[in-house]
Design a protein around this ligand. Structure first.
Ligand code: SF4
Length: 463
């Protein structure tokens, strides 16, 4: 149904709200909390911004391209104040937190600014309390199990934020300044949230934070990540538990034990490495050299032989020479990672790298990004081909985007949204089921497989 201003009709009872969620998985969780707040306040969430009286843009303000996308989206949504039903435009998230002073002056069309920790304050806006809200202090809030939340990904898969903020001082990164110091959630609160999610049908939980390996170090009772993961692994009905954003430290023997002991803790390691050369790691203030990276990977592979490894790198950081970049390529060739993201360095104010002068030419940086991605594509192809003929455990996500007669799924080595998918070409299954399937074909990142019945035979072909 069209909205109030452009058809002259207004439903006196139900008010409508539209959300745009930009940025990372952590931001998505924040959006899901605001959706929960909207539901609890009796708002109807609508897909078309033209129909909404309130529009919320949850922004990312981490690096240049993300900031541009956020600003473009705000301007696009502001247009619905004239062309749609929009009465109030709300900008939330990292961009608002970081640049509220500037944005408030330059964007009078924005009615309220909520920071990266102000999700619950959306209530005040929905209650129509009038005055323009500005961002709060990021240290004031950490997500709690009792916060309302509506899942947007799939009914059977959720991100779970185990901490906010970050205590590291990586020179290129503006996050600690935006999101504040690390605040871990107590173990029992995370357990309570995941129990609630499982009761609602979630079978896959993906733990996220800025620095997951440092979980608990800021709490008085100093729970370890291993204790948290073990407690979560014991939740009945939680089939897959995956850890994201582990800083390159040697995993404790206790954590390796948890990986080995609990079948539902996936041997999937997501460890952003950023670079490999000593000079670059020093300049990035990562607190370790290249040798540490080789050691950590070797130890992990020794402890978890079937491990799937995802990482990300930054190319074009100030001072990066051809020799530094060659060292990065050497690491990628040696390690044969399963999944790699390659980001272009973004020169950010309020960061130590942002004060550096020895910038790398943009064309050179882009060429390095292309070269590294091409190198990784060859490796990914080889690793995908090695899966052909193997029987894997696959989570069925639902009808395929390619065709109605196919299903989309992911094997446990594929995290949602970032690692590709498995197209299930034969058989039937419900979204959220975990089934076995035999891989029949491989592309660079996606796979094709035949579902097996629970008895282990190939399923009936779909007509
Ligand atoms: S670990 Fe480093 S890169 Fe990651 S959020 Fe913290 S400061 Fe930023």
């Amino acid at each position: 149904m069209a909205g109030a201003k452009h058809n002259g009709y207004r439903n006196a009872v139900t008010r409508r709200i539209h959300f745009v969620s930009l940025g990372c998985a952590k931001n998505r969780v924040d959006t899901e909390i605001m959706l929960g707040v909207s539901d609890a306040s009796g708002f109807e969430v609508v897909a078309d911004p033209a129909d909404a009286e309130i529009i919320v843009v949850n922004t990312c303000g981490f690096i240049g391209p993300a900031k541009e996308e956020s600003v473009d989206t705000i301007l696009e949504m502001a247009h619905y104040k004239d062309a749609g039903a929009c009465e109030r435009l709300v900008v939330s998230g990292c961009l608002a937190q970081r640049y509220v002073g500037q944005l408030a002056g330059e964007m009078p069309e924005v009615d309220h600014f909520l920071g990266s920790s102000d999700m619950l304050r959306l209530r005040e806006i929905l209650d129509d309390r009038g005055e323009r809200l500005m961002v709060g202090n990021p240290a004031d809030y950490t997500i709690r199990a009792t916060d309302p939340r509506r899942l947007t990904q799939r009914a059977h898969s959720a991100y779970v934020k185990i901490a906010e903020g970050c205590n590291r001082t990586c020179s290129f990164c503006a996050i600690p300044g935006i999101r504040g110091k690390q605040r871990s959630r107590p173990v029992d609160d995370v357990v309570r949230e995941v129990e609630g999610l499982v009761a609602r049908g979630v079978v896959e939980a993906n733990l996220v934070s800025q620095d997951t390996i440092a979980y608990g170090r800021d709490l008085d009772d100093r729970p370890t990540l291993a204790e948290l993961v073990a407690a979560l692994a014991r939740i009945d009905g939680l089939r897959w538990l995956r850890l994201h954003y582990l800083y390159p430290e040697t995993l404790s023997a206790e954590l390796v034990d948890v990986f080995r002991t609990h079948d539902n803790v996936l041997s999937y390691v997501d460890m952003p490495l950023q670079h490999a050369s000593d000079a670059m790691l020093r300049s990035m203030r990562r607190g370790h050299g290249g040798r540490r990276i080789y050691d950590v990977i070797e130890r992990l592979r020794g402890a978890l032989p079937d491990m799937v490894f995802r990482t990300t790198f930054i190319v074009g950081h100030p001072g990066e020479t051809d020799a530094d970049f060659d060292e990065l390529c050497d690491l990628v060739r040696w390690a044969e990672f399963d999944h790699v993201g390659v980001f272009l360095y973004s020169h950010e104010e309020d960061t130590h790298s942002g004060t550096m002068r020895d910038l790398v030419d943009g064309d050179v940086a882009r060429a390095r990004q292309r070269k590294l991605m091409t190198l990784q594509r060859t490796i990914a192809r080889k690793r995908s081909n090695a899966l052909v003929g193997r029987e894997l455990e696959v989570l069925v996500d639902g009808p395929s985007e390619e065709s109605d007669i196919l299903l989309d799924g992911r094997w446990w080595g594929q995290a949602p949204e970032v690692d590709g998918k498995i197209i299930l070409a034969n058989g039937t299954a419900r979204p959220g089921e975990i089934r076995r399937a035999v891989v029949t074909q491989a592309a660079d990142y996606d796979l094709v497989a035949d579902l097996l019945t629970p008895e282990g035979v190939r399923d009936v072909p779909v007509e």
